[in-house]
Design a protein around this ligand. Structure first.
Ligand code: PPE
Length: 305
């Protein structure tokens, strides 16, 4: 997937992907200790721009803090790397992936002595859940796996190790013929998708899970803002799976997944089985914002050049 000639930023140096290599004794490869971000750059009338870059870099800093990893690079350095990785690779739109990991200086669970490294890579990434997903919607199942309890894996960190749970749940869903998974928290309330936050619409109101077992998604925050501006009521409450079954509309949000309608959950059709009007309206508002067509939210965009 990654073009071998694409340029990757590694600890302050620009290297072709074929040379941006780590040792098989890299600490993070063995124990999954590290964190990352996913940021999209969209084509706008004034060139490619990164959507909500400061918020993503703030969350990367928060993730490192939660994991007690000292970040070796400051915000300004990483901002420049994220902008440049799009520009240097000549991408009009891109998915940008900063990743913080520990090196091969030592192994053993205690990472003391292993050096912290950072990469920033970028690649073109189309619709996350397939070309049709944004238009037609997807089918999801409630996972047999629970999302992490915060005393197991602190979910406010976008920690690499949290994703084994995501991978198991998405593989289970696909094995069973679904497109994605919804994970409940350990108390049985809805948490999030394997790599998305979830919203439901019921009687014109937008509801999101009140949970400590989900990532604080930046697309989620964007949708809350856009919905309120559109005059919709938005509320967080503990959501159960049967409330999802009975929703008028369900959709996922995420940088990669953008706003993906959900039209079926556990063999139950949602609404009339088509993406609903509120989902459509929020998709339109979201795509206008990311493409720089919403004058009110120009400050959400950082030009790549
Ligand atoms: N929950 C999880 C578990 C998650 O991984 C993501 C993003 C979200 C919620 C939504 O967060 P935000 O992107 O800030 O709105 N998942 C990223 C990784 C996807 C991947 O396959 O890699 C993403 O969407 O970039």
């Amino acid at each position: 997937m990654q073009d071998r000639n694409s340029l990757i930023w590694l600890d302050g140096q620009w290297l072709p992907a074929s040379e941006a290599k780590v040792s098989v004794l890299t600490h993070t490869l063995h124990y999954g200790y590290g964190c990352f971000e996913g940021i999209r750059a969209y084509e706008t009338a004034s060139g490619p721009a990164l959507f909500r870059l400061p918020e993503h870099l703030r969350r990367l800093e928060d993730s490192a803090r939660i994991l007690a990893i000292d970040m070796p690079f400051d915000r300004a350095t990483l901002t420049a790397a994220c902008r440049e990785v799009v520009a240097r690779n000549g991408l009009n739109s891109a998915y940008v992936r900063p990743l913080v990991f520990l090196g091969d200086e030592k192994l053993g669970v205690d990472p003391a002595g292993a050096k912290t490294h950072v990469i920033v890579a970028a690649w073109p990434w189309g619709a996350y859940l397939g070309g049709e997903a944004l238009q037609a919607g997807i089918r999801v199942r409630v996972s047999s796996y629970a999302r992490h309890h915060p005393n197991v894996q602190m979910c406010r960190a976008k920690a690499i190790s949290a994703y084994a749970n995501s991978i198991l749940s998405v593989r289970e869903a696909r094995r069973d013929g679904y497109d994605e998974a919804i994970l409940l928290d350990t108390e049985g309330y809805v948490a999030e998708g394997s790599s998305e936050n979830l919203f439901i619409v019921r009687d014109g109101e937008l509801l999101e899970p009140e949970t400590t077992s989900a990532l604080d998604g930046i697309t989620r925050r964007t949708v809350v803002t856009l919905a309120r501006e559109a005059g919709l009521s938005v509320r967080a409450k503990r959501l159960t799976r049967d409330e999802v079954y009975c929703a008028d509309e369900v959709f996922f949000t995420g940088t990669a997944a953008e706003i993906t309608p959900v039209v079926e959950v556990d063999a139950r059709r949602i609404g009339d089985g088509q993406p609903g009007p509120t989902t459509r309206r929020l998709q339109q508002a979201y795509f206008a914002a990311v493409r720089g067509e919403d004058a009110q939210h120009g400050d959400w965009l950082t030009p790549a050049t």
